[in-house]
Design a protein around this ligand. Structure first.
Ligand code: C5P
Length: 208
């Protein structure tokens, strides 16, 4: 069985950073699944029937686009991500990615619950809403977006709420996911703790 590391959590929790550093450490390919929803959200401008069609023919090679990193793209992603048709259309690609023979790291909202429920290592990465809003605000400023911290805080609260309360694959911590709260952690500290948790899961007997 290949070694899948599933990293889930809310917006700006640090899951992307943790997941990409883990992937580099293990030499596994890494998929930021939020980018799939961001690409579909932007291309469809949030129109749900368009979104399902676009999701079915999304080219994963086109995901490296700064337009998908904006505040508006995050909002549109969360709108189209509530559609079961959109989620279904993106499922196969994610499962195939996860089936990479050596292993794979995926981050998102439903990796440990829907995409790879059998993953050997599952992390649920979180941080306080204030810390997440601060991080996302700084990231947007760095990208040249002019936005207030209050507006980013409100975005994060609205997005958490939508992602956690939708009926299709809501954001929930898988029962067997280890919790990693990065509120008080540097990137290096979060990585070391993530690595410890992954190694713990790796050495645990299978079929937990
Ligand atoms: O992780 P990121 O902030 O880029 O995700 C953007 C949005 O895409 C999330 O708010 C969520 O609605 C959606 N998403 C999802 N399932 C995933 C990844 C992202 O529903 N696996």
């Amino acid at each position: 069985m290949n070694f899948i590391i599933a990293v889930d959590g809310p917006a700006a929790s640090g899951k992307g950073t943790v997941a990409s550093v883990l992937a580099r450490h293990y030499g596994f390919p890494y998929l930021d699944t939020g980018l799939l929803y961001r690409a579909v959200g932007v291309a469809s401008a949030g129109n749900l029937s368009e979104a399902a069609k676009l999701a079915a023919r999304l080219d994963p090679a086109s995901l490296d686009n700064p337009a998908y990193r904006t505040r508006q793209a995050g909002e549109l992603a969360s709108q189209v991500a509530a559609s079961p048709e959109v989620r279904d259309a993106l499922l196969d690609f994610q499962r195939r990615f996860a089936a990479n023979p050596a292993g794979a790291v995926l981050d998102g909202r439903d990796i440990g619950t829907v995409i790879a429920p059998g993953a050997q290592a599952k992390l649920f990465v979180t941080a306080s809403t204030g810390v997440r809003a601060e991080r996302r605000w700084l990231q947007l400023l760095n990208q040249g977006e002019r936005v207030t911290k209050e507006a980013v805080f409100a975005d994060i609260v609205a997005r958490d709420n939508r992602d956690s309360h939708r009926s299709a694959a809501p954001l929930v911590r898988a029962k067997d996911a280890a919790l990693l709260d990065t509120s008080e952690m540097t990137i290096d500290h979060a990585f070391r703790e993530a690595l410890r948790l992954v190694e713990l899961a790796r050495s645990a007997p299978q079929g937990r």
